[in-house]
Design a protein around this ligand. Structure first.
Ligand code: ADE
Ligand code: ZN
Length: 334
């Protein structure tokens, strides 16, 4: 019963890396199409490699997988496949992160990447009725100068990009490293988000809020270790884009039963549920909802709240937010 409720309730996805939606089947197909040699001989071998002990372990596999993406049509096919899947799970709006430096650093032009992704987003809006926006994410293991370079390369496409974000290896790469580039992005009119408190300490969440001035925190799990921070993000209604299956697969939590989502809800935090890198972590948004609901005994009220939060925490304008929120009303359990 909860299964049906989760499947049918309209929702938005706010934390999704497009490179993390590359399914093994498409990876093989693109490797063949582009003559790229993969380290795997079969689909089974790929799936076996998806056994991660931490974030870095995953990132090494994820960046290697992305090497099959070479042409505009590859980015189109990747993005179209994700949007079809998301729409089939009643995602009505999605905010897609992409990591341009992963591609420009191996000689693929920024224009190739964004034109392929954007064309699929436009087609999906028309043909599937799913809206989407783009978040350009800086790779934090690289330096701030590299981030400035990619921001400037992106400027001719500014009207296609809603926000900038910060991802990749967290520990040792605090938000403060990117203070200036986030300031410039803000002045240019981009909305701001950053991964923080996934593996990194609560101090990184403080920095993301106080130094980068982000409006949302991606993950944010470790915020709960700091009472003052927890109170601040509750009071200021800072959305946290939580990713249960990612947290499980990257050993941020040992077991979904120990996941902090329910505690976050009970402390009044503005939380949402998302899939992060669904092709690598064993599920898209509805699998995330279902497995975390089962592990934590979430109720229909909790799921309704999470679905409404997903629209409220989005970067959409108020009119579109209200239009989508209205579509959730018939699912109100009260
Ligand atoms: N890039 C893709 N997924 C990520 C995650 N969960 N954390 C940091 N960087 C990422
Ligand atoms: Zn992420």
């Amino acid at each position: 019963m909860l299964n049906d409720f989760i499947q049918t309730i309209p929702k938005a996805e706010l934390h999704l890396h497009i490179e993390g939606t590359l399914e093994p089947e498409l990876m093989f197909e693109l490797a063949q199409r582009n003559g790229v040699k993969l380290n795997y001989k079969s689909m089974e071998e790929i799936r076996k490699a998806y056994n991660f002990s931490n974030l870095q372990d995953f990132l090494d596999v994820y960046y290697a997988g992305a090497s099959v993406l070479q042409k505009e049509e590859d980015f189109y096919d990747l993005t179209w496949a994700y949007l079809e899947k998301a729409r089939s799970q009643n995602v009505l709006h999605t905010e897609i992160m992409f990591d341009p430096q992963t591609h420009t650093h191996r000689g693929v032009d920024f224009s190739t990447v964004i034109e392929g992704i954007h064309a699929a987003m436009k087609d999906a809006e028309k043909r599937l009725g799913i809206s989407s926006v783009l978040i350009l994410s800086f790779l934090r293991h690289l330096n701030e100068e590299n981030a400035f370079e990619i921001l400037h390369i992106a400027l001719p496409y500014k009207q296609w990009i809603m926000a900038v974000g910060l991802d990749s290896s967290e520990v040792g790469n605090p938000p403060s490293k990117f203070k200036n580039v986030f300031q410039e992005a803000k002045e240019l009119g981009f909305k701001l988000t950053a991964h923080a408190g996934e593996e990194g300490p609560p101090e990184y969440v403080w920095e993301a809020l106080d130094l980068l001035n982000v409006e949302r925190i991606d993950h944010g799990n470790r915020s709960l270790e700091d009472k003052r921070l927890t109170l601040k993000i509750a009071k200021q209604k800072i959305p946290l884009t939580v990713c249960p299956l990612s947290n499980l697969q990257l050993k941020v939590v040992k077991d979904l039963k120990e996941h902090p989502l329910k505690k976050m809800i009970s402390k009044g935090l503005f939380v949402t549920v998302n899939s992060d890198d669904p092709a690598y972590f064993g599920g898209y948004i509805n699998e995330n909802f279902l497995q975390i609901s089962n592990a934590l005994n979430l109720t229909k009220e909790d799921i309704f709240l999470l679905a409404q939060n997903s629209f409220r925490a989005s970067f959409l304008d108020e009119d579109r937010k209200n239009e989508l929120l209205k579509k959730t009303e018939e699912f109100n359990p009260n």
